[in-house]
Design a binder for this molecule. Sequence first.
Ligand code: 5GP
Ligand code: MN
Length: 332
Amino acid sequence: MNRDFLSIVGELSLAKKILVVGHIMPDGDDISSVLSAALGLRRLGKEVMSGIDWRIPWYFYEFEETNLIKSYDEIIQTGFQPDFVLVLDASSPDRIGRFQEFLKKINSAVVDHHGTNTLFGTLNWVDTKFGSTAQMVLRLNTELGVPYDGRLATINLMGIATDTGFFRYSNADEIVFSDATKLVSMGGKSYLVSRIFENKRIEQFKLLSTMVEHIQTENNGQIVYSYLSKKDYESNNCTEDDSGGFVGELRSIQGVELAIFLSEYEHNEVHISFRSKDWFDCSKLAVLLGGGGHPRAAGCTLKGELPVIIEEVIREAKIMYDAQLKALEGVH
Ligand code: 5GP
Ligand code: MN
């Protein structure tokens, strides 16, 4: 067993007050990981608080336990003084927002599955072989002796399901299926996980339609991109939370290898999501632009005017696409 894993289990066993932290712009894996760890550690009698320095997308409140995740300000107001910090699914310190402050004073463990992780904890268990961080939390909880019931199993399953696109992506391997089986055998219900995403507002379909109108293609349709401006969100009575699955829709288009979705979530602040189908390494492009992620799913955030950012990102994407394609063809 990995040495850092065992050291982290040791620290968590000793700790009495633990702060569990997730990343900004949280996704299903992050929320699942934070909740599974926080609920698990509570069951061991620890005093636990969990925090994310970002608004939680509304549809995650389908699981009422999401209310346990507090904002940075709420945690500061309680005066909570943790003796250990557990950071989940975050690849670099900037990804946890203001919670970085805690890492300056208190020992921490970073548990993550991103190859771009900068190993910023006191202890770091980073393993890209896992399709989701939720699977790593399952291992921590199991080693710590956390008792599972159907509820905790469902919450833990949510991260595996969402980070593998409900077992459709290339990261849905044998370990993913066997971990999911384990959670289902402990009472996890995948239909409850799907409910989070089968609860759409009609405005989200209108927003999707605006996104579809903006679709552009490059490289004979192998690169596809689209965008939504702050105005597009506002005129559809939506926020960036409502465009969660859009980049996946772009990738699903026939002949597309690289899909790019640019979302102006705040005026002159743009989040860019990259997704690829078979071979393009999105994480290299995201890192070049100051972000990170996985080979098939990565992202970054840029400040500036949307049209300028679109032009810059698409230019860099095309250059890297051609370079990676050339390298790939050189291999064959
Ligand atoms: P998404 O496109 O869904 O926001 O993110 C896809 C993947 O890239 C996720 O694994 C996410 O953690 C990572 N990612 C997205 N944006 C950033 C970013 O700004 N910095 C880093 N380091 N990773 C990111
Ligand atoms: Mn993840």
